[in-house]
Ligand binder design. Structure first.
Ligand code: SF4
Length: 221
């Protein structure tokens, strides 16, 4: 890790900060229709995922986005790889992944505060290829967002360049909407127990009490 962070922590952090260059582009779309396995956005783009449809069912607005931390981390990872510094390469790769997730987390929080109001927020976010949403739908997100503004392009095989980028969608939960219907997590009802993307344990009596406690903490009725 010394090769990344340098001898002093502060100079290492400065070095990483220098190569992380967050950029993000987004589009807010009205949700025209939600049925069992798809979501139709204004303009007629249809996102085909039953789980996304279930999560967005109570929302009026969807936020589509493309975010990146730029190519700097990738270049550094490649340099470390060429020099055979595998541990440093691995650690920087993890830092890059966490950094781009943090960029989107901050953005999502800001959008929830701006458009959801005091008692609103956002749904879980989904990316193409995640859960039951086919990776091919990546093109639809890129058709809705000005990805050039974020500095991200899509290859014919649907990979994003720079690699440390995230695309996806989440819904806005507006103040006044019944939150017990709005904050939905499909993992609670999903049988794919070994899914690596699972965000909650499957519903069970013990998980149910956890969910109840959380609902109580949010003031759901
Ligand atoms: S466990 Fe969750 S993330 Fe995985 S497929 Fe099921 S609903 Fe989707």
């Amino acid at each position: 890790m010394e090769r990344i962070l340098g001898d002093e922590k502060s100079s290492g952090i400065r070095r990483i900060q220098k190569i992380i260059q967050p950029r993000l582009s987004f589009a807010i779309k009205t949700i025209d229709r939600v049925d069992g396995d798809s979501v139709t956005l204004e303009g007629g783009v249809v996102l085909k995922s039953g789980k996304l449809a279930w999560v967005l069912e109570c929302c009026r607005l969807a936020v589509c986005f493309v975010a990146t931390i730029g190519p700097g981390v990738e270049r550094e990872i490649s340099r470390l790889s060429q020099e055979g510094c595998l541990t440093d390469e691995y650690l920087l790769d993890r830092i890059g992944s966490l950094a781009v997730e943090a960029v989107v987390d901050d953005f999502q929080r800001e959008m929830g505060e701006r458009y959801g109001g005091a008692n609103g927020g956002t749904t879980l976010r989904f990316s193409p290829g995640y859960c039951d949403w086919p990776i091919m739908e990546q093109r639809k997100i890129f058709s809705l967002v000005d990805s050039r503004r974020a500095g991200v392009r899509l290859t014919p095989s649907l990979l994003m360049v720079p690699r440390k980028s995230i695309s996806g969608v989440f819904g806005i939960i507006e103040e006044g909407r019944p939150t017990w219907r709005a904050f939905r997590n499909p993992c609670l009802q999903c049988d794919r127990r070994s899914c690596p993307e699972r965000r909650e344990p499957r519903f069970s009596p013990s998980a149910g009490s956890v969910r109840k406690r959380r609902a109580g903490a949010r003031g759901d009725g």
